[in-house]
Write a protein of this length. Structure first.
Length: 238
């Protein structure tokens, strides 16, 4: 594999506080720098970066948490509320079997009902659900060398060969992209890899290189074919 998905980074006014919320909810260890180390079923972590920008839901990217039983679904909801989450209405139907919540900074996420076939054989952190085109799903499948596990009616999803969460794009109609997404993917190149060659490969797949990004000199800011920001981290990683 020539490039890895290192983490999903989340903008936050209180990065430490948001990291504590998600670390407690997911059961993940919090490392230095407001990073969460993933469990053994998830091939990427979570990072929380300082940003003064207010979240304006619905978000372009949100999380789906899975449930093995109806009781576990309610336990997850109760734990999220105790940690500072809240119920929100994003237009879901009254008969919806998933439950929509928001974290303390307004990032929505769904607690999915037990027996959901699409998220079977994933993880408790079952899916990163995003708004995007079929073409961008194809891009990320080739960029990460993750197989397509769904490709129907313009909707796509990929999953690491080792399993874990799916990353999915909802297809048309795609909502207008905000000036900056509050979440973005961070990639790393293995120690024996060639960063410049990887940048060139991603550009050949349809990415563009951006002039600047919020992570400074230790990252190369880029955008995927839908214009969504991502970064190649070039600084030392532990």
């Amino acid at each position: 594999m020539s490039i890895n998905l290192y983490a999903l980074s989340v903008d936050a006014k209180d990065p430490a506080g948001l990291a504590r919320f998600w670390g407690s909810l997911l059961g993940w260890e919090q490392a230095d720098g407001n990073e969460l180390l993933p469990d053994d079923k998830t091939p990427f972590g979570l990072r929380f970066l300082p940003s003064p920008v207010e979240n304006d839901p619905p978000s372009h990217i949100h999380f789906h948490l899975t449930s093995e039983t109806p009781e576990q679904q309610q336990e997850t909801v109760s734990r999220a509320l105790e940690l500072g989450g809240r119920h929100i209405d994003i237009g879901q139907a009254p008969e919806a079997t998933y439950i929509v919540l928001a974290d303390p900074e307004g990032n929505e996420f769904c607690v999915i009902e037990a027996g959901n076939n699409f998220l079977a054989n994933t993880a408790f952190f079952g899916e990163v659900a995003t708004d995007g085109t079929q073409a961008v799903g194809y891009f990320w499948s080739k960029a990460l060398d993750w197989p397509l596990v769904w490709d129907q009616d313009g909707e796509t999803a990929i999953q690491a060969p080792s399993g874990g969460p799916k990353v999915a794009w909802g297809g048309p109609p795609v909502s207008p992209k905000p000036p900056k997404n509050p979440m973005h993917l961070d990639l790393t190149v293995p120690a024996d890899g060639d960063v410049d060659a990887e940048v060139g490969r991603l550009i050949a797949l349809g990415a563009t290189r951006l002039e600047s990004g919020q992570e400074g000199a230790d990252a190369i800011p880029m955008a995927d074919p839908d214009g969504n920001e991502f970064c190649i981290l070039t600084g030392p990683r532990e």
